[in-house]
Design a protein around this ligand. Structure first.
Ligand code: ADP
Length: 352
């Protein structure tokens, strides 16, 4: 198939050639004496017309050539819309706009893909690092026991307890990893329903009290939202409990022996369709520079301290954030080093 330009130029040239030939024939029939001059004129007209036709078809086709995609060094298509000094016709401008949009989308998709790839490999590196620590610890304890410590009554039980603690950590880590991947892939089904949050929070506080009392910490619930009425929220009970367990568990973990933890329920100002739940502790607090990254996976303020704590996986707050967002809620934290921290999240009063 000849090129578009050849086709665009050839058709009018052939047409003009036929018309001129017919005209010359007619003139030859009518006045044969003027034929040579007419033929010369016809040749000049045909040449002029061919030249014009070729020039115009080139002009018409140039913007199409400029729309051709190029392939960059990584094999990705790159489009550049027409940059010709000649304004392209309307149809080509529309086509150019569409191609521009495709190119932009392709660029965005590519960026998102690269980001996902980066996040994925960072996540894998973090996971293997986190898994390795307790596995090495368990291996270390077992080897020390096998090397003779098993017969030493002073240390043998201690090593076994420590190994068990690390095995617990592994288990917690795996559970959190499963949760986070289920939430992020959208596999975690939420079972939203309306329920009265006040008795729920009261029961939850009673359940957690033994854990707090073990560290001599006072744990209590207080609410300023209509004390003798139902205060309904639209949420998944189990997941809200998971959020609260993570927050209260952290509040206990990051408090010295003694102090207090308050679970507070209040109307979310200025959004009347939401309620706010706060977990306020008088623990070690968090320095301001850590606050913006606190909800990131595996982010820890005091790495040594958090790792040595039995349940710490570095995923708790990331899970809390995901669950809150799945409830169309917001979570934030305020804190002061040495004074304590307040984590607060919102829940909706009505179905969303
Ligand atoms: P971890 O399993 O390490 O506790 P989290 O995601 O639950 O992981 O918390 C991330 C980090 O935030 C913790 O390592 C800790 O440094 C800090 N943190 C969380 N809650 C509190 C709190 N109530 N008081 C002080 N620091 C906290």
């Amino acid at each position: 198939m000849p090129s578009l330009r050849a086709q665009a130029a050839a058709f009018p040239i052939v047409l003009v050639l036929i018309v001129l030939a017919l005209a010359d024939f007619a003139i030859w029939m009518a006045a044969p004496s003027v034929l040579p001059i007419v033929v010369w004129m016809s040749v000049v007209v045909l040449l002029l017309f061919s030249f014009l036709s070729l020039w115009y078809s080139g002009r018409l086709v140039r913007p199409i050539r400029e729309l051709m995609p190029t392939v960059d060094t990584k094999g990705h298509l790159e489009f550049r819309s027409t940059s010709s000094a000649v304004a392209p016709p309307e149809e080509l401008r529309a086509l150019s706009d569409v191609i521009d949009q495709i190119a932009e989308k392709q660029g965005r998709d590519e960026q998102a893909r690269q980001k996902l790839e980066r996040v994925r490999s960072e996540f894998l590196a973090n996971v293997s690092h986190e898994l390795r620590t307790p596995i090495f610890a368990v291996q270390g304890f077992i080897e020390t026991l096998l090397d003779g410590a098993v017969d030493d009554p002073v240390v043998n039980r201690d090593f076994l307890y420590r190994a068990r603690l690390q095995a617990e950590r592994l288990n917690n880590l795996l559970n959190d990893l499963i949760d986070i991947s289920r939430i992020e892939s959208g596999e975690m089904r939420m079972s939203f329903r309306m329920f009265d949050i006040q008795p729920f929070l009261r029961d939850f506080t009673s359940e957690m009290q033994p854990l707090a009392h073990a560290k001599n910490i006072e744990l209590y619930f207080t609410g300023n939202v209509l004390p003798h009425h139902e205060v309904n929220v639209y949420a998944d009970k189990e997941r809200v409990k998971q959020v609260l367990i993570n927050l209260v568990d952290n509040a206990i973990k990051y408090s010295e022996n003694s102090g207090s933890i308050k679970i507070e329920l209040m109307n979310a100002e200025p959004t009347p369709d939401e309620l706010t739940i706060r977990v306020v502790d008088t623990g070690v607090g968090i320095a301001p520079e850590h606050l913006p990254r606190l909800f990131e996976r595996f982010y820890r303020v005091d790495k040594g301290r958090a790792r040595s704590s039995p349940g710490g996986t570095g995923l708790g707050l990331a899970i809390v954030k995901h669950i809150t967002e799945a409830h169309h809620g917001k979570i934030n934290v305020t804190s002061e080093t040495g004074k304590g921290s307040t984590f607060q999240f919102t829940l909706r009063k009505e179905p969303f």
